[in-house]
Design a protein around this ligand. Structure first.
Ligand code: ADP
Ligand code: MG
Length: 362
């Protein structure tokens, strides 16, 4: 499995993976008469509005196939709970009912809500699941994508703000204090799904595997013949498949990019991550990568770091030991890649990218 192949097939997708495993190592030759050596076996699946790739290191691909199905079922369950694209999900039901009455929440949705609200507090409101009316106004939910007028944005802003969300963790209930509040878990649900799939793998004793849901990835152990998984971070300009690589083992990584979904208008591009204060798509960074123990953590942090912009994002990452960050700031021809010191040993800017990116450590 080489990256050019992945790149070509990925181009046909509406939303392509922001990070990709670099599986350059070939399995060692089988010894005569011995058991076949373990090799990386990959399964692709459509789920959560995008693609997932599950790679399991195994000597017996038939025995590993049910694990891939397990990951698919887990992701499908999370999607059926948290999708904002259907009217049948648990989140859609909450959005219909919680403006009028106190409603009980399914436990996994409660976990994601709890985490979303603590991230809202920890980021000074940069991560805010009540952006839903703004996401819809800009056409990122259901479309058509367009730049709304300032008056339209102003009319929606009073509905936005997690202060309107009354979540009782011990009772497992939710109530909005305005009837027109809506939540969107799109900034965190994929990471939760990958964590849930990773937990199910751990419960089945999986040691070496990669779960990759469109830019949200968990790496177990290592590939055959190498101590780490080498994960490519997508080139925000798409001139290369990836501009840098990170060596990971038993960790998660998420990359979020403004190139994933955007509106091009008036010579500018507007991405799908919105500033809950202003109602406008955030400017300043073009790619954010987070490395942490779980995919739930990495996805929770990548979106608010985007909103906070390069200086505040660096300060938050530096102050928080539970994750490491890589931030790309655009420049005239040469972008700056801010890499947190804690990731220095594992980060590599690939030679072909060195004329377009300069690395600064923080
Ligand atoms: P993706 O892999 O989908 O790009 P991200 O983690 O970058 O995932 O989340 C982007 C999504 O988060 C948007 O599509 C939208 O649904 C939601 N979102 C946008 N702005 C915010 C925000 N400020 N806080 C929380 N969620 C947001
Ligand atoms: Mg996120």
């Amino acid at each position: 499995m080489t990256s050019p192949h992945r790149r070509r097939s990925a181009r046909t997708l509406a939303r392509v993976a922001a990070i990709l495993p670099v599986l350059a190592l070939l399995p060692a030759a089988a010894g005569r008469g011995a058991d076949p050596p373990p090799r990386s076996v990959a399964w692709s699946m459509r789920t959560m509005g995008t693609y997932a790739n599950v790679t399991i290191v195994t000597a017996d691909s038939a025995a590993a196939a049910p694990l891939a199905m397990l990951a698919q079922r887990t992701l499908a369950r999370v999607d059926s709970l948290m999708s904002n694209w259907t009217t049948t999900s648990e989140v859609a039901r909450l959005n219909r009912e919680a403006g009028a009455a106190t409603v009980r929440i399914q436990p996994e949705v409660a976990r994601v809500l709890d985490r979303s609200l603590s991230t809202w507090r920890a980021t000074g409101g940069a991560f805010d699941i009540t952006v839903e009316p703004l996401v819809r106004l800009w056409g990122f939910l259901g479309g058509p994508r367009r730049v709304p007028s300032a008056a339209e944005i102003d009319s929606v802003l009073p509905r936005v703000g997690a202060r309107h969300v009354q979540f009782d963790r011990s009772a497992g209930t939710l109530r909005y204090d305005r009837s027109d509040v809506r939540i969107d878990l799109g900034g965190i649900a994929k990471g939760y799904g990958v964590e849930a799939a990773a937990d199910s793998f751990a419960a089945h004793g999986v040691r070496d595997a990669l779960i990759d849901l469109s830019g949200n990835m968990h790496a177990f152990g290592h590939p055959p013949g190498a101590p780490y998984w080498r994960i490519g971070i997508r080139d925000p300009h798409d001139k290369l498949a990836y501009f840098a690589r990170l060596a990971l083992s038993n960790q998660s990584i998420s990359t979020s990019g403004q190139y994933e979904q955007f509106i091009a208008a008036d010579g500018r591009t507007y991405g799908h991550i919105l500033d809950p204060q202003t109602g406008w798509p955030v400017q300043g960074l073009i790619s954010v990568t987070v490395v942490a123990a779980s995919a739930f953590d990495t996805d929770a942090w990548d979106t608010p770091l985007f909103v906070m912009g390069p200086a505040r994002a660096r300060a938050l990452a530096k102050a928080n030991d539970s994750f490491g960050a890589i931030l790309v700031s655009p420049g005239a021809g040469v972008d700056t890649v801010w890499v947190e010191e804690a990731l220095r040993d594992r980060f590599e800017l690939i030679p072909e990218a060195q004329s377009r990116f300069v690395v600064r450590w923080f």
